[in-house]
Design a protein around this ligand. Structure first.
Ligand SMILES: [Zn+2]
Length: 99
């Protein structure tokens, strides 16, 4: 596993694998309209952990929101690991910015 600098998106309603390196899965629910519920991606530090974040529009309370600009994902606020690799970063227009 190597460090990841940017993510492209892949939308899916169901998934049967963890996200490949450099790909952010956007997990949609098809509720008549397609609504993003969560994102899943490998931690950019290269530790191999898959990060799963529920996002606004999901059925659970969450602090993260996802916006898509020209097919690139922006996650706000930042993502901070409280254990393990302790990574802390922003993902803005698909690019990883370390804190
Ligand atoms: Zn990590």
């Amino acid at each position: 596993m190597s460090r990841i600098d940017r993510y492209t998106i892949q939308r899916c309603v169901l998934r049967d694998t963890t996200a490949p390196e450099g790909v952010m899965f956007i997990l949609d629910i098809d509720d008549g309209a397609i609504i993003p519920q969560a994102v899943a991606f490998l931690c950019p530090c290269g530790c191999g952990i898959e990060i799963y974040l529920p996002v606004d529009g999901s059925n659970v309370e969450t602090k993260w929101s996802l916006s898509l600009n020209d097919g690139t994902p922006t996650i706000t606020p930042s993502v901070a690991m409280r254990g393990g690799c302790m990574s802390h970063y922003f993902i803005t227009r698909g690019e990883v910015r370390w804190c």
